[in-house]
Design a binder for this molecule. Structure first.
Ligand code: BGC
Length: 750
C-alpha cells in the first residue's frame, strides 16, 4: 500500500493532503516521500524536478520583481512564497509567510465571505526589552498557532540582526545591540513558534545591518567582529533552538554575496554549529544561482525563470555537480517532511484570536520601558482627567511596515485604551485632533508596500490653547509617533523630533507646569530617537515602542499602574547621533529629509528586476565596539544606557554567591521587592575581561534573568549560569576562540 497525494478543493484554497491509495506493484510505482528512502526519491527525479524544488514557486509565473515580492504564493493568498511540490513523488507544495510581528497573509479573499485576520504582536525590539524568554516563547506559540491554523508551513521569522546603528530601517524587527540578548530572544521565539509544529526561518544571515542599497551593499568586516557580534546571535539560536530553516541575507560580505558563501552557509553554519535544516535565500537575494547552489543555499526564493534556466543549463553541461544538487534537494525534502502539509494537517482557519489578543496585550506592556518618572508622576491617579496630545495618540502605530507588517482586524489607539481603563479625556481636544487628522490625511500620498507609514505633521497647539486645556484637565499626555519600514533607513525626521514635535512638548509642558500640573510623554517609536534635547521638560517619559494591535490598552495598563513597568533597554540611547560608534561609517541622517527619504535608493541604477547595481561598501570600522561596548569603554555619556528601565517599586540585591567549575560560572543571589507595589526585576550579569591578549570592552553582558511578579516584601533567589566558553574572544591569528587564563571580574545588577 502506498500513500499518494490528491488535491482537494476547500473554499478557494487548494490543500494537498495524503490519502490512502490502492495497492500497486512496488516495482512500477514511483518512490514516495516519507515511505521510501530520501535517496530513492531523489534518484527517481528528473533534472527539471530537482531544479523545480531548488527554485521556488515564483519562477513559474513571476515576471515582475516588485509586484511579486512579498506576495507570490497562491495556496494562502498574501503569503510571501511557496516551495514547489512534485505530486507523483508524494512531495507537497509548502507555504512560506512573513514575518516577525505575526503572520502576514491577506485578511480577505475574493469571493469569500470569511476573514483571515492575524494578530499583530509587538515588534521584535519591544519583545526583547521584556528580557523574558518564557514570555517570548508564549508569544511565539500564539503566533505559530496562527501559522498552523491558516495553512502555512513556515513563518519567515525571527529576525536577529544586531542593532548596529539606530538608523537601520528594520531595527524594529530586530532585538538588540547585544549578541547574547539577540540570540536568547531569537532562540525563545523559535522554540515557541516550532512548538506548534510549524517551521521558522531565522533571518537575515548575516551582516545585514542597513536597508539603504540593501541588495548591493558590501559589509566589510573583520573575522573577530563578525564572530563575536554579528554571527553570535545566529550561533546561539541555531545551537539552542534548531530553526527548520535559515534565510541568507541580501548583502555581500567582504566582496561575496552572503547567499553565495559556502564558508558561511556550509562550513560555519552546518559543520561548525551543527545546523540541521535548510537554507533559503531572501526574496531575490544573491546574484548567481549556480554559486548559491554550490554554497549550500538550498532553496532560492521566490524563484525566477532565469534561475531555473541557469541551473538547468549548468547541470546539463556538467558544471554544477549532481551530488551538490542532490545534497540541497535532500535538505529541502527533509524540511518538507516536517511540514503540516506533508503531515496532512487540515487547517481550521479559525485560530483563537481572542486569546492571542490577550497574549499580545500582556507582552506589549511587559516590554515598555519607563525612562523618566519624576516625583512619582506615574502611575496616574485613577479616573484622572487627561488632555491627550499628539496625532498618534488617536492613530497609534502598531508596528513597522513591509514584510514585518501584519493584517490585523483592528488597532487599539491610546484614546480608546485610556477611556476603556477609566480615564476621562478632554472631548474638545479629541474632537480637534479628529477634525485635523481627517483634513491632513486626505493630503497624504498613497502608501505602497515599500514606504513607511506616512504620518501627518503634528497639529499646532498655541500657548493659549494649552493653558485652557491645563485648566480643564488634571494632566497632559503627549504621544510622539515615528514610523519605520523595510526598504529604507531612517533619516532626519525619523531620528530627530521635528520642530512641530519639539514645539508641542515645549508648549504643553510649560502650560501645565505653570498651573502646577504634570505632563507625560509617550514614545510610540520603532527605534532609538534623539531625546537629550527635550527630555528635561516632561515629568515622565514612557517608551512604549510599537505594541501591536493592543498598543493603546498596553500603554494604558502601564500608565495606570495595572502593570508595573519592567522592560529594560536592549540598546543605548546616545546623547548625540555623532556618538554612535558606527556613525562615521553609516548613512548620514541629515542627508535626506522630508519627502526625499528614499532618494539614495531611488537614484541608483537598477537591474532588470529592480535591484541596485552600484558598488556600495559599509565598513564595520568600529569593530566589536558596538553600542554599550563602545560607550562604556570610552566613558561616553549617554542619554539612557543599555539595560536601563525604571519601575514603580524598588529592589534590593543580596546574598550573592559565585561558584565556578570546569564548564561554567554559577551566580546566585536574592532579589527583594523593597517598595510598595508588586513588580518584576531584570538582573544582568556582565564580565570584565583582563584584555591582555586583545582589546576588550569595559564589560560585556554574559547572562540575565527576570524575576516573577514579586509582591512588596517578597524575595526570589535567581541563578545565572555563564558558560566559560562564552567568555572567549575570537583570535584572528589562530582562527579560534581563546579564553585568557587570568582573573575576570563579574559585575551584576539591574
Ligand atoms: C525581506 C524578508 C522577507 C521576504 C519575504 C524580503 O524583502 O527582506 O525579510 O521575509 O521579503 O517577504
Amino acid at each position: 500500500m502506498s500513500i499518494g497525494f490528491k488535491t482537494i478543493s476547500m473554499g478557494i484554497a487548494l490543500w494537498t493532503m495524503p490519502f490512502i491509495a490502492p495497492a500497486q506493484d512496488k516495482a512500477q510505482a514511483a518512490p514516495q516521500l516519507g515511505i521510501d528512502p530520501i535517496d530513492d526519491v531523489i534518484a527517481a527525479m528528473t533534472v527539471d524536478e530537482k531544479v523545480n524544488l531548488i527554485v521556488g514557486f515564483g519562477s513559474t509565473f513571476t515576471s515582475n520583481y516588485s509586484a511579486a515580492i512579498g506576495n507570490s504564493g497562491d495556496l494562502v493568498p498574501g503569503a510571501a512564497g511557496q516551495s514547489n511540490g512534485i505530486p507523483r513523488l508524494g512531495i507537497p507544495t509548502t507555504v512560506l509567510a512573513d514575518g516577525p510581528a505575526g503572520l502576514r497573509i491577506n485578511s480577505t479573499r475574493p469571493d469569500d465571505p470569511n476573514t483571515y485576520y492575524c494578530t499583530h504582536f509587538p515588534i521584535g525590539t519591544l519583545l526583547a526589552c521584556t528580557w523574558d524568554t518564557a514570555l517570548v516563547r508564549q508569544v511565539g506559540a500564539a503566533m505559530g498557532n496562527e501559522v498552523l491554523e491558516y495553512g502555512c508551513d513556515v513563518l519567515l521569522a525571527p529576525a536577529t540582526n544586531i542593532h548596529r546603528n539606530p538608523l537601520c530601517g528594520r531595527n524594529f524587527e530586530y532585538y538588540s545591540e547585544d549578541p547574547l540578548v539577540s540570540g536568547e530572544i531569537a532562540a525563545a521565539m523559535i522554540q515557541g513558534l516550532q512548538s506548534q509544529g510549524i517551521g521558522t526561518s531565522l533571518k537575515h544571515f548575516a551582516l545585514n545591518n542597513q536597508e539603504t542599497n540593501r541588495t548591493g551593499n558590501n559589509s566589510i568586516v573583520s573575522p573577530r567582529t563578525a564572530r563575536e557580534i554579528y554571527l553570535k546571535p545566529f550561533e546561539i539560536a541555531v545551537k539552542k533552538a534548531q530553526p527548520w530553516t535559515i534565510m541568507s541575507s541580501y548583502n555581500l560580505i567582504n566582496g561575496t554575496y552572503a547567499a553565495q558563501r559556502s564558508d558561511l552557509l556550509t562550513d560555519l553554519l552546518r559543520h561548525e554549529w551543527g545546523f540541521e535544516g535548510m537554507v533559503m535565500s531572501d526574496w531575490y537575494g544573491g546574484r548567481n544561482p549556480i554559486e548559491m547552489v554550490l554554497a549550500g543555499n538550498d532553496m532560492i526564493q521566490p524563484g525566477h525563470s532565469t534561475q531555473v534556466a541557469a541551473i538547468t543549463n549548468a547541470i546539463n553541461q556538467g558544471t554544477l555537480p549532481m551530488d551538490i544538487v542532490n545534497r540541497n534537494v535532500a535538505k529541502i525534502l527533509e524540511y518538507v517532511m516536517k511540514t503540516p502539509r506533508f503531515r496532512g494537517y487540515v487547517p481550521t482557519n479559525a485560530p483563537d484570536l481572542g486569546a492571542h489578543a490577550a497574549t499580545t496585550r500582556q507582552a506589549a506592556a511587559q516590554g515598555m520601558v519607563l525612562l523618566k518618572n519624576n516625583k512619582k508622576t506615574l502611575p496616574l491617579k485613577a479616573g484622572a482627567r487627561v488632555a491627550l496630545f499628539g496625532t498618534t495618540s488617536y492613530d497609534i502605530i502598531p508596528g513597522g511596515t513591509g514584510s514585518g507588517d501584519v493584517n490585523s482586524a483592528y488597532t487599539v489607539s491610546l484614546d480608546q485604551g485610556l477611556s476603556d481603563c477609566g480615564f476621562s479625556l478632554s472631548e474638545k481636544l479629541s474632537q480637534s485632533y479628529q477634525d485635523y487628522a481627517a483634513a491632513e490625511k486626505a493630503k497624504l500620498p498613497e502608501k505602497d508596500w515599500f514606504s513607511t507609514r506616512h504620518l501627518i505633521p503634528e497639529m499646532p497647539i498655541t500657548p493659549a490653547q494649552a493653558a485652557a486645556y491645563a485648566t480643564a484637565n488634571n494632566l497632559a499626555i503627549i504621544t510622539i509617533g515615528k514610523s519605520a519600514g523595510e526598504g529604507s533607513d531612517r533619516y532626519h525626521d525619523e531620528y530627530y523630533l521635528t520642530d512641530a514635535e519639539q514645539s508641542l512638548i515645549q508648549t504643553v509642558t510649560s502650560a501645565f507646569h505653570k498651573q502646577g500640573k504634570r505632563a507625560v510623554v509617550v514614545l510610540n517609536i520603532p527605534g532609538v530617537i534623539e531625546t537629550a534635547s527635550w527630555r528635561v521638560q516632561p515629568d515622565a517619559i514612557l517608551l512604549a515602542w510599537m505594541g501591536g494591535q493592543e498598543t493603546g490598552y498596553a500603554i494604558a495598563d502601564v500608565l495606570s499602574g495595572a502593570v508595573n513597568p519592567s522592560g529594560k533597554l536592549t540598546m543605548t540611547f546616545p546623547m548625540d547621533y555623532a556618538d554612535v560608534p558606527s556613525a562615521k561609517y553609516y548613512i548620514q541622517p541629515d542627508l535626506y529629509t522630508g519627502d526625499d527619504h528614499n532618494a539614495f535608493v531611488r537614484h541608483q541604477p537598477v537591474d532588470t528586476v529592480g535591484r541596485g547595481t552600484g558598488a556600495y561598501e559599509s565598513i564595520y570600522g568600529e569593530g566589536i565596539f558596538v553600542g554599550y561596548r563602545a560607550y562604556d569603554t570610552d566613558g561616553t555619556e549617554v542619554a539612557y544606557p543599555f539595560g536601563y528601565g525604571l519601575s514603580y517599586t524598588t529592589f534590593d540585591y543580596k546574598d550573592p554567591s559565585v561558584s565556578t567549575d570546569a564548564e561554567q560560572i554559577t551566580l546566585t543571589f536574592t532579589i527583594k521587592n523593597t517598595g510598595r507595589v508588586a513588580g518584576r526585576e531584570v538582573a544582568q550579569a556582565y564580565v570584565h575581561a583582563p584584555g591582555q591578549d586583545m582589546p576588550k570592552p569595559q564589560h560585556e553582558l554574559r547572562g540575565f534573568a527576570k524575576t516573577r511578579l514579586l509582591q512588596p516584601g517578597e524575595s526570589e533567589r535567581l541563578t545565572i549560569q555563564i558558560p566559560l566558553a562564552s567568555l572567549a574572544s575570537y583570535d584572528e591569528s589562530t582562527s579560534s576562540w581563546s579564553l585568557e587564563p587570568l582573573p575576570h571580574t563579574l559585575e551584576s545588577g539591574g
